[in-house]
Design a protein around this ligand. Sequence first.
Ligand code: UDH
Ligand code: NGS
Length: 364
Amino acid sequence: MPADFSLLHRICKLVVLLCFFHIAVTVFFYVRSFDIPLAFPHKRQSHNNTTQSGLDTHTVSTSRTEWNTQNEEGTAAPQSEPGQKSVTEPRKSLEKCPETSPLLVGPLRVEFNNPVSLEQIKDENPNVQLGGRFKPKDCEALQKVAIIIPFRKRDEHLKFWLYYLHPILQRQQLEYGVYVINQDGDETFNRAKLLNVGYQESLKDKDYNCFVFSDVDLIPMDDRNTYKCFSQPRHLSVSMDKFGFRLPYNQYFGGVSSMSKGQYLKINGFPNNYWGWGGEDDDIYNRLASKGMTISRPSGDIGKCRMIRHNRDKQNDPNPQRFDRIAHTKETMNKDGINSLSYKLMSVEKLDLFTKITVDVGKP
Ligand code: UDH
Ligand code: NGS
């Protein structure tokens, strides 16, 4: 009797068909995983809107724009070619820094016995970028602060200032830039005009919203004295060693102060016509008072600071006109200030620890 192979034959055919089906399904999914554009146009379209992490490309391109902006501003940013992996990786969005920095340590030892070198300061502050710029890595600073220092021939003082202030400002979690406004030539010194120049020139660098005006020879003795702006103009050097750690008088606004852009513009900036020593800080106080502003200050304890002792500078003798000028602030302030500022920009040098801006401010 011939063997009946028909059942076996059918089973074999079924197995072969199943195998083909299995292979076809495998090939289908394998090919799909390559994301071939022409074969799967719908998939490509959806890839344009959605990254593999599920974030839409709007987010990705925004973060790229942010990096570009930072590049323009001179801070370090990764360079990536179009299509490189970093483009599709979303940038970690930073949370705002806390109102009070957790990095503060409180009272500090400040002394000027041993000179410091720029190399040493640079080594000790590796996160400070060219031009004396810094921004915290782990959080977004609450304020962007331009620190403006009126300057001429005080290099030793400047080194101490940079040595003490860079670490303090970083602990205060500020985004900041240091601008040293160097008066060119040997004409009579003009502190307030240099501060106006600093305001104007720093804004060419970045959209600062707070301005700290600091003499080069004043060092805070407590890092809780934050170099930022407040709802009223701030006087920061409230308790100086040379005044026995007290205010010399209630209206005193000299040394170190801060103002938001709005506060500064409300008083038309600072006077340009105080040549030589004295009075310009009193004029600034009068401007603030005449606009109904009050002075905000830290406590005497937190506001302690040391001044580097020095002799009177050449070409900065007491200005005999100062008493007359401060008696007329109200009448002069609207026409003398940031709206009438004129100077000749000689050079802008982006150095490792600060930006040095040399200007010819003219003469009396
Ligand atoms: N400044 C300079 N160079 C100068 C003059 C002033 O850099 O030639 C700057 C510097 O930032 C200084 C600030 O302007 O801290 C204010 O200068 P100032 O002379 O009005 O005030 P300071 O407190 O000296 O430095 C006051 C006179 C000190 C006389 C001391 C006598 N023992
Ligand atoms: C006042 C000056 C201010 C000066 C302050 C402290 O008398 O400009 O002393 O000076 N006002 C006038 O002269 C009208 S200090 O001891 O720091 O040199 O800031």
